[in-house]
Design a protein around this ligand. Structure first.
Ligand SMILES: C[S@@+](CC[C@H](N)C(=O)[O-])C[C@H]1O[C@@H](n2cnc3c(N)ncnc32)[C@H](O)[C@@H]1O
Length: 323
């Protein structure tokens, strides 16, 4: 069963032009230009991300899916009466099915994403396939406080955060999110996927594929700014770059200005020196130890940590530390 779309209050502010405009202006006027990676996901960005997940070089999706298929049934212990699966950054809800197929006692599924149309499509598909579930999509920005529908406030919850999306946060930001999730009423477990530190070549290939899909995903941000804010970015004047920054254990995505150029944005002239970049995404890589320490500081214990045979990716099942 699909619930009616969430009331307007659930997406208030997320997609306001003002919030987008202000964030882009602030980011491009900073001394080191950067844009919050959440803006990569308009409808086109979400579709391009789905294409990335099918690339041979992009090992995280198939690896995490394999881990989940192998281990998801052990989450049954957290499915008590009236339980909800709440997913952060749910995208196409592909990995969710590995959980829904075995956690048949769940009453509701609450996919949360910033990409509104893509979220609604994905939720409709899940609702058709799993007709016993209440599917309640919520458009929200998980970097801020999330308001769940009141009927779910006290329901027992498994929170699911796959896709190594937690890696998009600086470690402090990830800690804050873990802290906020720890305070969510009824939370029994937090299941989070992290990409693990590995050989830099494998990592860079995953974020800079030869078909140029990741480049198109990154450059689509400029298309979005042109379309929604009337800017005049010339896309041929920027190139996608993925770099491994060992000091921070992260892949950074940048858009590199190929020449010195000016871009007109909301009446302001933004200057780019040749070689100057817009930093568009971080993808932090974890060790099991880093995850354990960060989680523990926020009141979580690592109940289980699953990985694949090559230790490429990890999925942690965190439970509230009650001591
Ligand atoms: C890396 S993709 C992962 C998608 C999916 N969970 C998976 O594992 O394949 C990140 C997802 O989080 C969403 N997202 C990114 N930033 C967000 C934010 N601040 N609030 C809510 N959703 C966000 C994107 O729209 C996208 O669906």
């Amino acid at each position: 069963m699909t619930m009616p779309p969430a009331p307007a209050g659930f997406d208030a502010g997320i997609h306001s032009d003002d919030a987008f405009a202000q964030s882009i202006l602030n980011g491009l006027n900073a001394s080191k230009k950067g844009i919050d990676s959440k803006w990569l996901y308009d409808a086109t960005g979400s579709q391009l991300f789905d294409t990335i997940t099918e690339l041979a070089e992009y090992y995280p999706t198939r690896t995490e899916l394999g881990i989940l298929r192998q281990n998801a049934s052990s989450l049954k212990e957290f499915v008590t009466n009236g339980a909800a699966l709440v997913e952060l950054g749910s995208g196409s809800s592909t990995k969710t099915r590995a959980l829904l197929n075995v956690l048949t006692g769940l009453q509701s599924y609450v996919p949360i994403d910033i990409s509104a149309d893509h979220l609604q499509d994905a939720a409709d598909h899940v609702a058709r396939e799993y007709s016993h579930l209440d599917v309640i999509p919520v458009v929200a920005d998980f970097t801020a406080e999330i308001t769940l529908p009141s009927a779910l406030l006290d329901a027992p919850k498994i929170v699911f955060f796959p896709g190594s999306t937690i890696g998009n946060f600086e470690i402090d930001g990830a800690a804050q999110l873990l802290g906020r999730m720890r305070k969510m009423a009824g939370v029994a477990a937090f299941v989070v996927g992290v990409d693990l530190v590995k050989d830099a070549d494998i990592l860079v290939r995953a974020y800079d594929d030869p078909k140029g899909v990741t480049a198109a995903f990154n450059l689509n941000l400029l298309t979005r700014i042109n379309r929604d804010l009337g800017a005049d970015f010339d896309l041929s004047g920027f190139k996608h770059e993925a770099r491994w920054v060992a000091d921070h254990k992260r892949i950074e995505m940048h858009l590199v200005s190929q020449v010195a150029q000016d871009v007109l944005l909301l009446g302001q002239k933004i200057h780019f020196a040749a070689g100057e970049t817009i930093h568009t995404e971080n993808s932090h890589k974890y060790t099991p130890d880093l995850l354990e320490r960060t989680a523990r500081q926020q009141g979580w214990l690592v109940h289980q940590f699953w990985t694949d045979a090559n230790s490429l990716f990890g999925v942690a099942v965190l439970t509230p530390y009650k001591g």
